[in-house]
Design a protein around this ligand. Sequence first.
Ligand SMILES: O=c1[nH]c(=O)c2nc[nH]c2[nH]1
Ligand SMILES: [Zn+2]
Length: 475
Amino acid sequence: MAAPNKLFLGSFVHSKKLKEIESLHNAAVAVDSSGKIVAVEKDCSEGRARETVLPRLGWREDEVEVVRAADGQFFFPGFIDTHIHASQYPNVGIFGESTLLDWLKKYTFPLEASLADSTKARQVYTRVIRKTLSHGTTCAAYYATIDVPSTNLLADLCHTAGQRALVGRICMNQNSPDKYRDASVESAIADTRANIEHIRSIDPSMALVRPIITPRFAPACSVDLMRQLGALAKETGLPIQTHISENTAEIAFVGELFPPSVTGAADDTYAAVYDACGLLTERTILGHAVHLTDSEAELVARRKAKISHCPCSNSALTSGAAPVRRQFLDRGIACGLGTDMSGGYSPSVLEAARQAALVSRQVVLSGTVDGKREDGAALSVDEVLYLATRGGAEVVGLADKVGAFEVGMDWDVQLIGLNIVGEDGEVINGDGDGGDVDVFGWESWPNQVAKWVYNGDDRNTKKVWVKGRLVHERR
Ligand SMILES: O=c1[nH]c(=O)c2nc[nH]c2[nH]1
Ligand SMILES: [Zn+2]
């Protein structure tokens, strides 16, 4: 049976641009049976919507499902996690005192290798999808593992659960454990193609799930492998995801492994290595980019590559504080947020947004990063929410499809609910499961949203839709 047309009524909050959140109240949004937004009406009561909007769309009242945001609730675009390792979910919060290179060896490679066990992979991936949906993540750029069947399974599970996803089989053929690496460049390419073919078979139009070419990071890939993956991206038009300049020891290692004589690049910087291999494209998502030099940032901007800012991970693994405003935003580089779970300790993009705001304040406090003044580094609530939604949409190549309430976009949305506190100090609305965000009634809308950003969690995410389909409901 076809999904019904839907009419959403109440308050809607979304980013118009980087520094501007818009809130629409007493508004109506109509979503057709394919999940597309077909009308956005400001100042529109339910009665007016029924009298004017439905007839204009040619919809019969009794065929329309009406969803109302109750008091204390508002619709907000779904979050986009631009960098998340589905395979590392069991390790969230487990990183001890390690930093990137020893963390990979001690915690990460053994766990990822163990997911070649299909029972374990199904258990972990099923849980990751449920968990991220429950936190409002409607779209995720996932890293899986090198294993083809379980990476295919992750794509299947996303498709079935209705989560929008980019799913990448990891490529790594050097500086990796003997039992967890691609045996050869040829097998890495063949396995990547097999994963691409599988995803094409389950979602030929890539309406929900699409493949993403995934060289893990330069140290784990030979120049030949990176070149062939660059060529594959060109041949297929598919996006690419990888890590860049996360940690200073990693950057020094890249310099040792890839002198210009090996890559043919102009210099031995991390960005130049990827560029020489055809991996720096307008469809490339670069995770971290904490320590880019100015000339690397300029190269990234020229190539129109995108950046996934991963503040939880950068702090947890003591990688550093990315100078987001100076290096990315002021240069016009598209930037979104990544949980980078489990380098990051949380599956929540809201937590990543909160940490993006806090880390940017640490950048201000530090006075300088890499010798550059950072006085204007602080990111506002409006800005981090932009990165979590519209910014992320641009990073994953879906800027015209998701991230806001605009006619023509898909209904990838979460319903947020906050506690309303009555005169007796008790919560007077909702399901008794409203979390930590208490609203007293005198806060402006921007302040209510700020309270959610700094104190909210999955208890505030009441319902989640992707392409108009209800994919999570909090019970
Ligand atoms: O945060 C990170 N997580 C990873 O899994 C990884 N692999 C290479 N570089 C990495 N960084
Ligand atoms: Zn990562």
